[in-house]
Design a binder for this molecule. Structure first.
Ligand code: NDP
Length: 331
């Protein structure tokens, strides 16, 4: 059983030496357990935060522990009444080839309804994040102007398309001309801003002349500051993530334009998607309907390899090398 374990805590960017590649004997399932083979590993920016020894919404991954991840696993052996051989299951099984589980926190997916990898993206955690972040935390209303950063990523592509499906005007912010063209030409965004080559603050003023009603923030840093400078009255700033800050060895850069929240009577609110677990079914149903109706396109970036490719695949997120949901398919 090949595994990726945390060898030491990264300082700033993750280095190859921060991981340990280990092979151990594959355990057999005990009474009430099943065993499975990992098929798809999800890559998530949050993984960077889980490596730091600091208080957060989950405890950090311990040194020497298998890296935390939520893959799709195929059941190969079962002594569990709810899981049968051939079932595809999602759960927090970690970055390893072989899994043994008692089924706690694991759920069966329906591969006839959508591709297995979609349960890690559009119908999985990123889809749920976009849905509840926008509709619940952002209290989105039809006809509003929505700006999404990290717009060409897993959460961003979903957030922008959900806002369109709900009748909003949507501006995406992403890195590079290709990603911006994809947003407007393929995904129905009304406008896109390339934060690498444009003055974001100016571009936002041009594309959202009446101000931003909902800013869905995936990146933090300077882009957040530019959005704060362009808020409409009673705007909602949804703090989903701040990937521009995750590798900072010197601490997180806070926004200097936050007093515009006061001027615009706006609010800024963070959330953790796991709190919405009791309502995932509701979101998955509505997202599924939008996909079936062709109103939402599912965008995936699949890398094929082995668990040993996990470290370099994870780096792609921090270099903007993925478009849509980044997944490692094990061969
Ligand atoms: P993405 O698929 O969006 O991948 C990350 C993207 O971030 C890259 O493709 C890149 O796109 C962009 N990026 C990387 N570095 C920078 C930078 N320095 N400045 C600006 N953009 C950068 O990942 P996810 O969709 O999985 O996650 C998006 C965000 O949502 C993250 O912040 C994540 O932590 C957060 N999240 C929060 C959850 C919650 O419960 N609150 C749950 C799930 C995710 P580009 O080429 O455009 O730069």
């Amino acid at each position: 059983n090949r595994q990726i374990r945390l060898a030491r805590r990264p300082q700033g960017e993750i280095a190859a030496e921060d991981w340990e590649h280990v092979t151990e004997a594959a355990a057999a399932p005990g009474e009430g357990q099943f065993a499975g083979r990992t098929r798809f590993v999800s890559l998530d920016p949050a993984m960077r935060g889980w490596l730091d020894d600091r208080r957060s919404y989950l405890p950090p991954v311990g040194i020497g522990e298998v890296m935390r991840a939520g893959p799709v696993v195929e059941v190969t052996e079962s002594n569990h009444p709810d899981f049968r051989i051939g079932d595809l299951v999602v759960g927090t099984f970690g970055v390893q080839e072989h899994v043994v589980s008692d089924g706690r926190g694991a759920f069966r997916i329906d591969p006839t309804a959508a591709a297995p990898s979609a349960y890690l993206g559009a119908l999985g955690m990123p889809g749920m994040t976009a849905y509840f972040g926008l509709l619940d935390v952002g209290a989105l209303k039809e006809g509003e102007t929505v700006v999404v950063s990290g717009a060409a990523g897993a959460v961003g592509t979903m957030a922008g398309q959900i806002a369109k499906a709900r009748g909003c005007r949507v501006v995406g912010i992403a890195g590079g001309a290709d990603k911006c063209a994809l947003l407007t030409e393929e995904l129905g965004f009304d406008a896109a801003i390339d934060y690498r080559s444009e003055d974001v603050r100016k571009a936002l003023r041009a594309h959202a002349p009446d101000g931003i009603d909902v800013y869905f923030d995936n990146v933090g840093g300077e882009v957040l500051d530019a959005a704060l400078a362009n808020l409409a009255m009673h705007a909602r700033v949804v703090v989903c993530g701040a990937i521009s800050q995750y590798n900072s060895a010197t601490g997180v850069q806070g926004p200097s334009n936050y007093l515009n929240l006061l001027v615009r009577r706006a609010r800024m609110e963070g959330f953790v998607v796991f709190d919405y677990a009791p309502r995932y079914r509701e979101a998955a149903r509505e997202i599924g309907n939008w996909i079936a109706a062709g109103r939402i396109k599912v965008l995936e970036h699949v890398v094929r390899g082995t668990v040993d490719d996990f470290p370099r695949t994870l780096q792609m997120l921090f270099r903007g090398e993925n478009t849509g949901k980044l997944v490692l398919e094990l061969l």
